[in-house]
Design a protein around this ligand. Structure first.
Ligand SMILES: Cc1cc2nc3c(=O)[nH]c(=O)nc-3n(C[C@H](O)[C@H](O)[C@H](O)COP(=O)(O)OP(=O)(O)OC[C@H]3O[C@@H](n4cnc5c(N)ncnc54)[C@H](O)[C@@H]3O)c2cc1C
Length: 420
């Protein structure tokens, strides 16, 4: 009987459990998760912050699921190290767990920027449920918060502010080192449209500046910026990106790049050890290079492929496509695939500044390779079709004129492009 050990009980780990059980009903599965709160959806954490959802609504799997699938769940303790020779994972409490097949699905950690004073225990991040609880407590006036200073205008920090603003009437200031908001997911014009939406909600946005020091002041903080400006805030949120959670693998013999390097089967350089999700550096669909794509759909897909292969199947992962749709400050923002202009790419842009609607499709030799959209829900609802066309490398060059107006009939576009 095979003993499967899975490190991490989130998107990647849980989809691997399903894939294993579809192929092997009797093997032993041990699922180990460092967090005490097992199996919740990280993507839904902002709804807990804004009080729009309850824990029950964001729980992914309950005790019944683990019992029915004969999964031993170990929570509140993580793996501290791995010994690939003896096929053993050592846990933080000193226990050794042997395995036949192992999946590393340990996700990401919040990145801590080099800012003097940032180690202060009061600074909030947003990655785990414990972080969400701390954010909620800080905002609800435990420290009599009136203002909130946010370091970084990336995806997670803006999601956090967008949720906090619904629950706590604070004065929000966001500083971003780049010259636009959400530089990892939006091009400059998309960033401008989102920034306008933020300012309309009363958020102060500081671009092209960064925090150099945090100092405790009267129950709050004095924030010093590189430009020399200072701000005072009772609450500080830091959202400067995430990094793969792989430090515990150093010295294990498993090859690391930015994350755990995997092949198209999600297997590492050590036979029998797989990696999936945010901690893995797997194939990028468009470039064919290896990359870390820290998004939920990639974690699900890679976890499924890893689990299948751990159970003896032979599946390959076609590569991850960057993909994000979210509601921020009353605007719907989305991007898929490539979204930045570069030589060789042809942009097709629709822009209505008065209505704050912006859309750009990018073509490479007539094939759609990406899109970025800021607008209302109806402007992004068919982007799944664009994603499918990117994956099929569909040639849309004959239909450029269909892609000019405010609304695109993506369904018809997809249909016509496959007709001979
Ligand atoms: C607030 C927020 C909103 C988000 N919104 C979106 C969104 O809209 N769309 C999107 O695509 N993505 C979104 N994401 C990102 C998405 O949640 C991640 O890409 C996804 O959770 C990655 O899944 P994963 O299974 O790889 O890792 P994670 O979800 O990070 O899970 C890692 C697991 O490993 C466990 N673990 C950690 N260290 C150890 C260890 N040493 N030993 C054992 N277990 C360990 C953890 O406890 C956890 O169970 C959001 C993330 C956050 C925080």
């Amino acid at each position: 009987m095979t003993h499967y050990v899975i490190l991490g009980s989130s998107a990647a780990g849980l989809s691997a459990v399903d894939a294993i059980r579809q192929r092997d009903r009797s093997g032993q599965i041990t699922l180990i998760s460092r967090e005490p709160d097992a199996t919740y959806s990280r993507v839904a954490l902002p709804y807990i912050l804004s009080k729009e959802k309850t824990m029950r609504q964001i729980t992914l799997q309950g005790p019944d699921y683990f019992k029915a699938n004969n999964v031993e769940l170990v929570t509140g303790v993580g793996a501290a190290s791995l010994d690939a020779k003896t096929r053993t994972a050592r846990l933080e409490d000193g226990r050794d767990i042997g395995y036949d097949k192992l999946l590393i699905a340990t996700g990401s950690l919040s990145r801590v920027p080099p800012v003097q004073g940032i180690e202060d225990a009061g600074v909030c991040y947003h990655w785990t449920l414990a972080d969400t609880r701390k954010l909620a407590a800080s905002a609800s006036g435990g420290a009599k918060a009136k203002s909130c200073f946010v370091i970084g205008a990336g995806f997670i920090s803006l999601l956090t502010v967008s949720a906090l603003i619904k629950a706590a009437a604070l004065k929000y200031t966001v500083v971003e080192i780049a010259d636009q908001v959400m530089p990892q997911l939006l091009d400059q014009q998309g960033g401008r449209a989102l920034e306008r939406g933020m300012r309309e909600k009363g958020i102060e946005v500081l671009l092209g500046d960064s925090v150099t020091a945090l100092e405790r002041w009267n129950g709050g903080y004095t924030v010093t910026l590189k430009s020399g400006r200072t701000h005072q805030a009772e609450m500080v949120v830091c959202g400067t990106g995430v990094r793969p959670n792989v430090d515990f693998l150093k010295g294990s013999g498993i090859e690391l790049g930015r994350g755990v390097l995997t092949n198209e089967r999600q297997e590492t350089n050590v036979p029998g050890i797989y990696a999936a999700g945010d901690c893995a550096e797997g194939l990028d669909f468009l470039s064919g290079e290896r990359a870390v794509h820290a998004i939920w759909p990639t974690a699900i897909d890679q976890g499924r492929v890893a689990g299948a292969n751990m159970a003896g199947d032979s599946q390959t992962y076609p590569g991850s496509l960057s993909w994000n749709v979210t509601e921020l400050f009353g605007l719907t923002s989305a991007s898929v695939g490539e979204f930045r202009d570069r030589p060789g790419l042809e942009p097709i842009v629709f822009h209505n500044p008065a209505a704050n609607i912006y859309r750009k499709l990018l073509l490479d030799g007539g094939r759609i390779v990406g899109a970025v959209v800021i607008g209302r829900a109806e402007h992004v609802q068919d982007l799944g079709v664009v994603q499918a066309m990117i994956r099929r490398r569909t040639d849309v060059s004959r239909f450029r004129h269909w892609m000019q107006g405010e609304r695109i009939n993506y369904g018809m576009l997809a249909f016509e492009t496959v007709r001979k």
